[in-house]
Ligand binder design. Structure first.
Ligand code: FAD
Length: 465
């Protein structure tokens, strides 16, 4: 049959991967169609992920900072939280960004075809709108950027508003008295931070031996110390094995056999790729048992004119990884020489304090048997950290023992997520300890701690306060 729309490039999914791929494709001269089920562009990241969570975390941070000021002689009245207004603020932040994306798509003549896309064959996709109307898009090349969704726990009561995932948590319907966060990873702890700042009493339960899997333990320890009083309980090496909806709350059973009831239960146990929901097999694209799509360094699937990027191609499921993969896929499709060849992909937990790491972690270097030098600069020796009331933090750099090149680094403390950017650049540029140590950093700043750590590494720490 014929097609309703024809294009050079079909992009499936309008998250950070998809919109970046579509924009780069259009900039490179390809006629581009972006298929997205939702009316707004931006995917998980803009609508129900990175951005709304940071809008709420910012408010939580200011609330906490205000408390810190009591020690400085400034007191405020107890905060009054108007959840409806806070939600409206968050929606305004999201709206500004999705509106911006719509404008950018229009400016580039990227056509948004709204609906759920399912492949028909290697050159056609059917898009079904919410009203059931179907359109067929014919394409020369395609980039699959269909993302991921939260993993559900099968034993949780269904359709009970007291059981939510990260999307539900960001809807911020109300602030519960007593909340359980299942999963002590980044998303779970960010949401725990928000809800506790808004006044909820929180228990976190994590199946693994420690919180924030993937981060070095010394970084996490600082977070734990600062947050020890904040939560009712943090249960490690503990699972939730059953749950029952009762009038007084959702009663969960822990793997220890103990039962406890909560007003709200957030399930944040990971995300699963959407690979099995797009009829990829009709296009000949192979999908793994878990729903991932394997790609090569040029982001090609097993079908050479079909690419895949973002959460659907694997870990780490992060927006900045999706964006970079998107650019590679679009450039390769447009005939340019490009490949995904990152030395590092940073991770950030925007908790209080923040935890950020880039390049190799200390644990990875140990596991890989790589000889390294570790340099730590404690923020208790940083004038700015003390002035900011943030002296619990530290900056750690990991250098190759022979070449002294930076292999990775971790930062815990205020603004660690912003500070890690320098570590990212230094790893990619192959900087050694002298390059970083001899770079003049502004004083007094937190980024100075990176220069100081590098000086520690070559044994000539300055005595700047
Ligand atoms: P997605 O953003 O998942 O977008 C996929 C899009 O495809 C969706 O809009 C979906 O509707 C659409 N789609 C899927 N299937 C179809 C179909 N068949 N037809 C039509 N449309 C379809 N990452 C960070 O880097 N930093 C953070 O701070 C951060 N915070 C997060 C906080 C939360 C609460 C969550 C849940 C995630 C967070 N992430 C963060 C992860 C980040 O959101 C994802 O890595 C990122 O959105 C992945 O982008 P993507 O383009 O692969 O897919």
């Amino acid at each position: 049959g014929g097609a309703d729309v024809e294009c050079d490039m079909l992009v499936l999914g309008a998250g950070p991967g998809g919109y970046s791929a579509a924009f780069r494709s259009a900039d490179l001269g390809l006629k581009t169609v972006l298929v997205e089920r939702y009316p707004t562009l931006g995917g998980v990241c803009l609508n129900v992920g990175c951005i709304p969570s940071k809008a709420l975390l910012h408010v939580a941070a200011v609330l906490e900072e205000a408390q810190h000021l009591a020690d400085c002689g400034v007191t405020f009245a107890a905060p009054q939280v108007d959840v409806d207004k806070l939600r409206a603020h968050k929606e305004k932040v999201v709206g500004k960004l999705t509106g911006g994306l719509a404008g950018m798509a229009k400016g580039r003549k990227v056509q948004h075809v709204q609906g759920v896309g399912q492949f028909i064959d290697p050159h056609h996709i059917e898009v079904t709108a919410a009203d059931g109307k179907k359109q067929v898009v014919k394409f020369k090349n395609a980039i699959i950027a269909a993302g991921s969704q939260p993993v559900a726990l099968p034993f949780m009561p269904e359709d009970d508003p007291r059981v939510i995932d990260s999307t539900g948590a960001l809807e911020l319907r109300s602030v519960p008295k007593k909340m359980l966060v299942i999963g002590g990873g980044i998303i779970g702890l960010e949401m725990a931070t928000v809800y506790s700042a808004l006044g909820a009493r929180i228990t976190v339960v994590e199946l693994g031996p420690g919180l924030m899997p993937g981060a070095d333990r010394d970084l996490v320890k600082v977070w734990e110390k600062k947050n020890a009083q904040r939560f009712d309980r943090i249960l490690l090496a503990t699972g939730v094995t059953a749950a029952e909806a009762k009038a007084e709350g959702i009663e969960v059973t822990y793997s220890t056999g103990e039962k406890e009831a909560f007003d709200l239960v957030l399930v944040a146990v990971g995300r699963t790729p959407n690979g099995k929901k797009i009829a990829a097999d009709k296009a000949g694209v192979a999908v793994t048992d878990r729903g991932f799509i394997n790609v090569d360094a040029q982001m090609r699937t097993n079908v050479p004119h079909i690419f895949a990027i973002g959460d659907i191609v694997g870990q780490p499921m992060l927006a900045h990884k999706a964006v970079h993969e998107a650019h590679v896929a679009a450039e390769v499709a447009a005939g340019e020489k490009a490949a995904f060849d990152a030395l590092q992909i940073p991770s950030v937990a925007y908790t209080h304090p923040e935890i950020a790491w880039a390049g190799k972690t200390e644990d990875q270097l140990k596991n890989d048997g790589i000889k390294f030098e570790k340099a730590v600069f404690p923020w208790a020796a940083s004038g700015r950290a003390i002035a900011n009331g943030a002296e619990e933090g530290f900056t750690k750099l990991l250098f190759d023992a022979e070449s002294h090149r930076l292999l990775g680094g971790g930062i815990v403390g205020m603004n660690a997520g912003d500070l890690i950017g320098e570590v990212c650049l230094a790893v990619e540029m192959g900087c050694d300890a002298v390059d970083i140590g001899k770079t003049i950093h502004p004083h007094p700043t937190l980024c100075e701690s990176i220069g100081m750590a590098a000086e520690v590494a070559h044994g000539s720490c300055t005595d700047l306060p």
